[in-house]
Design a protein around this ligand. Structure first.
Ligand code: SAM
Length: 439
């Protein structure tokens, strides 16, 4: 099976994941079905209900990605919510049974017409970024600003093998699967010539491990991600049996664990006799650990040093969104400077913006009413740059900005390190034979 996270058709397909975007940061994931797989009992087949209305999947399947879809009025009666519709359902079901048309009953019905309502959404193709916003949270997750930086520092690229622990809610898993994807297996010959790219994911919480395995199957990523139920502190990172299993030959490792230092003993070049190293012997290993507090980061760094990891560095990703707008500061309507209009400075403009927003919030929450002295109605102002004037927009005011502090990132300390590949006399000899001038 192919994955819509990696390659996709132009249209939303049955049995594939689709992301239903209600607002910029509000996305509902759903597997598109042409039948009522959840036994919801709607005539229309499977329906996704949102605060902006109901969306039968019959109105979503076959839409181009990015299309706007209007909500539908659905028949909620067929499981007893509306008696007359229930009776109608029973009559039609009986009719279908007597005519032997059992299959007819399962199909999205055209018998109850779907009519348009006011709400709408956009149907989006799955991407790791949109999945991170919409996924069901089972744990804290790694957000896009962090994982894009982590994958860049880990040199994750097509053909790499990444070890990840713990899998948690699978946010990082999806992003790393896309980063290492190197095409689907083709002919045997082609597959031999290139590494396909792989994520070896470990999770010790049994339910979370089975949920992430199911999700990966639903998303067609189980060929790229091998998710194992395992306590990595005890049992390390070999595939299959913890002692005698196969090495994943990892090039990059990401540890999002409460005590990453306890797992580092399993990421060495010289494991106990009879056991393979989990690392790729032919490349350096790039490591990142993700810890919310400094004491954890320090402890990890101390263990990294003891185990010969090099280039150790710590980073905190502190991304802020900036809201930029043009404000008429110290200018009148004609753009004349020095006029005594309010606000006169950038600070005054920001203070005015804040107090307007606070007042609007108090009015919305019914905490400020008309009889209060500082009440002013919330006016929907036309932005001044839309007023009719010959003064060009750039001359009408100055750009001011405020940062939006509530961007969803679970900030942690990222500790990076590199373990160089082992270099033997034999490797040196091979190198000399291959590049005689390097002597
Ligand atoms: N990176 C994940 C994501 O982006 O969705 C979130 C990981 S969550 C913060 C940490 C996970 O590590 C938890 O699900 C926990 O069960 C798992 N974990 C804790 N100790 C572990 C261990 N010894 N071996 C494997 N997994 C472990």
């Amino acid at each position: 099976m192919t994955s819509p996270f990696l390659t996709r058709n132009a249209l939303a397909d049955t049995d594939n994941l689709a992301l239903l975007q209600l607002r910029r940061d509000q996305i509902v994931p759903t597997i598109l079905r042409d039948h009522d797989d959840e036994n919801q009992g709607y005539w229309e087949g499977k329906v996704t209900n949102t605060r902006f209305g109901s969306f039968p999947h019959s109105t979503l399947i076959g839409k181009p990605w990015g299309a706007q879809v209007v909500a539908s009025k659905v028949d909620t009666g067929s499981r007893g919510r509306n008696k007359s519709a229930k009776r109608k359902a029973e009559e039609l079901d009986a009719e279908a049974t007597t005519t032997g048309a059992e299959e007819e009953k399962k199909k999205p019905s055209l018998r109850t017409p779907v009519s348009a309502e006011s709400g709408f959404l956009h149907i989006l193709a799955p991407t790791p970024e949109a999945w991170t916003i919409s996924l069901p949270h089972r744990t804290q997750v790694v957000y896009t600003p962090d994982y894009s930086y982590i994958l860049h520092r880990l040199r994750a690229r097509p053909g790499c093998t990444v070890i990840e622990a713990g899998a948690g809610s699978g946010s990082f898993t999806h992003a790393s699967a896309r980063a290492v994807f190197n095409g689907y297996p083709g002919t045997e010959e082609a597959t031999k010539r290139r590494r396909l790219g792989k994520v070896c994911s470990f999770e010790f919480h049994e339910l979370r491990a089975s949920k992430v395995q199911q999700e990966l199957r639903d998303h067609g990523l189980d060929g790229i991600v091998e998710a194992t139920h395992r306590d990595v502190y005890e049992d390390g990172f070999l595939l299959g049996d913890p002692k005698t299993g196969k090495s994943p030959k990892a090039n990059a490792i990401f540890l999002d664990l409460p005590a990453p230092w306890l797992a580092l003993k399993h990421l060495v070049r010289n494991p106990p006799p009879g056991q393979e190293s989990a690392l790729d012997p032919e490349s350096p290993a790039y490591l990142c650990t993700f810890s919310p507090c400094l004491e954890q980061a320090e402890r990890t760094i101390r263990t990294m040093r003891k185990l010969s990891w090099l280039n150790i560095s710590m980073v905190e990703v502190a991304q802020r969104r900036l809201d930029v707008k043009r404000d008429r500061i110290g200018l009148d309507a004609e753009g004349v400077r020095g006029a005594t209009v309010y606000p006169r400075t950038v600070e005054e403009a920001v203070a005015k913006l804040r107090s307007d927003e606070q007042r609007a919030k108090l009015i919305r929450d019914n905490r400020m009413t008309k009889d209060q002295p500082d009440y002013q109605p919330i006016a929907k102002e036309t932005p001044f740059y839309k007023e009719k004037t010959d003064v060009p927009a750039y001359a009408q005011g100055r750009l001011t900005h405020r940062s939006e502090p509530d961007l969803r990132t679970h900030t942690s300390y990222l500790v990076f390190a590199i373990l160089p590949r082992a270099w033997s006399e034999e490797d040196e000899q091979k190198c000399r034979e291959q590049w005689p001038s390097a002597k």
